[in-house]
Design a protein. Structure first.
Lengths: 115, 111
């Protein structure tokens, strides 16, 4: 297993278009997280799944954003009607829920540029 | 509310110690974390501390936790040029495991 994989690595889109990103977590991990990071800021939590259930969504996640994890494995994050303010790095992380400390492993991210 | 704050920049000379500071707000966080981000690379967990500990040492890294003041620090001994990166402090305020990050401290190590 090579870790958390995100595709594409870069995406340039025109304002108003829809985009979809994919995250493949580490295979045995049951938790999957999406974060957004803008330049000069730390990652901001967007949403997370435990298996296929979406258990928490941030107030940052407007109704233009939707995330799915249909079979509890890979996840997709879709942004509809993109705006320039959506330009950011979108990070995915996965972890294994258990007792005590568990480490979240991050992918390298998808950089979105809305022009 | 959930908020984590860090100073934005730190510059040190190679061989010196670096100390990066962080304050957080949620006293219910079970663990507190330090992540490292290098250009073009993903976030890497450096170390973490359990909330009932005051100190944790891991090779060149020392984490100090003051729960009363909600203050966390990361000390890097004998700082090397390869330590140049952005360091993020993070807390985990609930059982879901989501992380609340600070805005990051950019560490610059001069030879």
């Amino acid at each position: 297993d090579t870790g958390v994989s995100q595709n594409p690595r870069h995406k340039i889109t025109k304002r108003g278009q829809n985009v979809t990103f994919r995250c493949d977590p580490i295979s045995e991990h049951n938790r999957l997280y999406w974060y957004r990071q803008t330049l000069g800021q730390g990652p901001e939590f967007l949403t997370y799944f435990q298996n296929e259930a979406q258990l928490e969504k941030s107030r940052l996640l407007s109704d233009r954003f939707s995330a799915e994890r249909p079979k509890g494995s890979f996840s997709t994050l879709e942004i509809q009607r993109t705006e320039q303010g959506d330009s950011a790095m979108y990070l995915c992380a996965s972890s294994l829920r258990g007792q005590g400390f568990t480490e979240a492993f991050f992918g390298q991210g998808t950089r979105l540029t809305v022009v | 509310g959930e908020d984590v704050e860090q100073s934005l920049f730190l510059s040190v000379r190679e061989g010196d110690s670096s100390v990066i500071n962080c304050t957080y707000t949620d006293s219910s966080s079970t663990y507190l974390y330090w992540y490292k981000q290098e250009p073009g690379a993903g976030l890497q967990l450096l170390t973490y501390i359990f909330s009932n500990m005051d100190m944790k040492q891991d090779q060149r890294l020392t984490v100090l936790l003051n729960k009363k003041d909600k203050h966390l620090s990361l000390r890097i001994a004998d700082t090397q040029t390869g330590d140049s990166a952005i360091y993020f402090c993070a807390e985990s305020p609930n059982q879901g495991g989501k992380l609340i990050f600070g805005q990051g401290t950019e560490l610059s190590v001069k030879p």
